[in-house]
Design a protein. Structure first.
Length: 134
């Protein structure tokens, strides 16, 4: 019986370790995957009357690369080209933060903010608006 419980616990933690979430401030309404993508590509600036504030991890962070592939459907090089073009049109990419902890803290405090973290770092201070796994 003890071995069965241990096996279940290990399986749960292994599957949880590969789960990621897009989070928002608790005041944000639910968003579709297309709205999330539009916010991070700066094609959607407001959700109702609240300014959308997308937050990225640093450029080569493994979770950011997973987010760009899964949510934005773009490779690192394709996204770099996109933002180079947008720069000449006067648009800036989302701000970047060094850690998931800083993203969660920012999202918790700023209305309209949206970011992504490992599900293992999740708590009830933020709202989950999308989940994905490796």
């Amino acid at each position: 019986m003890k071995n069965i419980l241990l096996s279940i616990l290990l399986l749960t933690s292994v599957s949880f370790a590969n789960e990621y979430v897009v989070i928002s401030n608790k005041n944000m309404k639910d968003l579709s995957i297309n709205q999330i993508k539009a916010i991070f590509l700066k094609k959607l600036a407001f959700i109702e009357d609240i300014k959308a504030v997308p937050i990225n991890l640093e450029a080569r962070d493994p979770l950011r690369l997973k987010f760009e592939k899964e949510i934005l459907n773009m490779s690192f090089s394709r996204l770099k080209t996109y933002w180079t073009t947008q720069h000449y049109l006067g648009h800036r990419p989302p701000i970047s933060m060094k850690s998931q902890k800083s993203i969660k803290s920012f999202v918790k405090k700023v209305d309209g903010s949206i970011g992504y973290i490992n599900a293992e770092n999740l708590d009830n201070s933020v709202k989950v608006i999308y989940k994905w796994r490796d």
